[in-house]
Write a protein that binds this ligand. Structure first.
Ligand code: THU
Length: 133
C-alpha cells in the first residue's frame, strides 16, 4: 500500500492540538495507518496522578486496535515543542506488537520536512511472544 506521509503528518499535527498536557506543557500528536488503509489519531493525555499519563502514540494505537485493527503500517509523530520528536521506549514496544509482514514506517518532522525511519531503527531486536521461534 502506498503510504501518504504528508497526510499522516497532517493528522498527527491536528491531533497535537487536542493534547491535554497542563503539567509538562509538552504537546504530542500521533497518527497510525492500519493495514486496511484507515487512519487513527491520538494525543498525549496527562493526569494529576502523573503516572496515569498516556502518550499520543499509544493513544492512537489503542484506538486503532479497539476498532478491530491488528496490523499497523506507519506511525506519524508530531510535537510543536520539539523538532524530530521520537517515540518513547514504551510506545516503541507497543508499536512492535502490531507490526505485521511489512516493517512499520515512523514519520517525524524536522525543519518542516518529513523524516521516515523504520521500526528497527528505533527498536532493534524487539520482543514479541512467538516471534523468535
Ligand atoms: N509523550 C508522548 O506523548 N509521546 C512520547 O513518545 C514521549 C512523551 C508525552 C507524555 C507526556 O505527556 C509528555 O509527552 C512529556 O513527557
Amino acid at each position: 500500500m502506498d503510504i501518504d506521509y504528508n497526510l499522516l503528518m497532517q493528522k498527527a499535527k491536528e491531533a497535537s492540538k487536542k493534547s491535554y498536557s497542563p503539567f509538562s506543557k509538552f504537546a504530542v500528536g500521533a497518527s497510525v495507518l492500519a493495514s486496511d488503509g484507515k487512519i487513527y489519531s491520538g494525543c498525549n493525555i496527562e493526569n494529576s496522578s502523573f503516572g496515569m499519563t498516556i502518550c499520543a502514540e499509544r493513544c492512537a494505537i489503542f484506538k486503532a486496535v479497539s476498532e478491530g485493527e491488528k496490523e499497523i503500517l506507519a506511525v506519524a509523530i508530531y510535537s510543536p515543542n520539539e523538532d524530530d520528536c521520537y517515540p518513547c521506549g514504551a510506545c516503541r514496544q507497543v508499536m512492535y506488537e502490531f507490526q505485521g509482514q511489512s516493517e512499520i514506517q515512523i514519520i517525524t518532522e524536522k525543519d518542516g520536512k518529513n523524516i521516515i525511519r523504520a521500526m528497527s531503527d528505533f527498536l532493534p531486536y524487539g520482543f514479541k511472544i512467538g516471534a523468535g521461534v
